[in-house]
Design a protein around this ligand. Structure first.
Ligand code: ZN
Length: 282
């Protein structure tokens, strides 16, 4: 049963803050790693990634409805922050919240991230005008990991990525399962572990690989759409296609990561299949 539902903010890379790093790309990495840590700790988690929206409004509707349709005790959204200009000083990490009942927890998360990484602790900040906080039905927080336009923050984030993810995962676990053993150290995801997708891909993520409306637009034959639907809902088959392409060097390894973090789209998979097939001819 799910205890935590977590999603990276915004929809496609480039749709959030961007300077030294891209907010959406990094938020997806943090969420993927936190989800992996939670699963290793056997804490039920639902991982939501929005690859379908075309606007901020659609994105908020998507995230809020997917959060509210999942079983959980806590809603978490991961973002990166920005101010104007470029800064060579550290700005720091902060947690946004609305409900006063979750203020203490928000402060703890901020402090833990700061302690684990050295990012300045900006603490819990109450925000009354954020749609995610106003409309998710369980207690919710928005983690603003650090500032994309601070050279100091970004350097710390890069160096301490895993420590930050572990700190976040531990605080989330303590909120939903007080007293649960803390995660000390978990090896990085290896490419083999990425291949072992069944461990941490859940139904929600598979829905983002299988985009039925797009299939219907792309193909003129209903029977072709039906046959592809069968293939694209079979995680073993999707995994096999990507693994085959990577091992034959027809496509890059990054596509495996995209599959793992839920950002591989149906159309990507169609294009990749073409490249793999052509590679086999040459
Ligand atoms: Zn954001």
């Amino acid at each position: 049963m799910g205890l935590i539902t977590i999603s990276p903010g915004h929809y496609l890379p480039g749709t959030g803050a961007s300077d030294l790093i891209d907010e959406v790309t990094e938020a997806r990495k943090v969420v993927s790693r936190v989800v992996q840590l939670l699963r290793v700790a056997s804490v039920g988690v639902t991982h939501i990634v929005d690859n379908t929206s075309n606007s901020t409004g659609e994105n908020l509707d998507y995230l809020i409805s997917h959060h509210n349709n999942s079983s959980r005790k806590l809603d978490v959204s991961v973002h990166f922050n920005s101010t104007s200009g470029r800064h060579d000083t550290g700005i720091g990490t902060e947690i946004l919240y609305l409900n006063d009942k979750i203020r203490t927890f928000a402060n703890k998360v901020s402090k833990s991230i700061s302690n684990a990484s050295g990012l300045r602790n900006r603490g819990a900040r109450k925000r009354i005008n954020l749609s995610f906080l106003n409309n998710t039905e369980q207690p919710s927080i928005i983690i603003e990991v650090c500032f994309v336009n601070s050279t100091v923050d970004v350097a710390i984030y890069r160096e301490k990525f895993d420590a930050i993810c572990i700190a976040i995962a531990n605080e989330l676990i303590q909120y939903v399962k007080p007293g649960h053993p803390l995660i000390k150290e978990v090896p990085h995801i290896t490419s083999q572990e990425i291949l072992d997708l069944n461990e941490y891909l859940d139904t929600d993520e598979m829905k983002s690989v299988l985009d039925k409306p797009i299939l219907k637009e792309l193909f003129s034959s209903t029977s072709l759409v039906k046959r592809l639907e069968v293939i694209l809902t079979d995680i073993e088959k999707v995994k096999w296609i990507i693994e085959k392409g990577v091992s034959e060097e027809a496509i890059q390894n990054v596509w495996l990561e995209k599959l793992e973090n839920g950002s591989l789209t149906t159309t990507d998979l169609m294009g990749l299949s073409t490249l793999i097939l052509i590679n086999g001819m040459e």
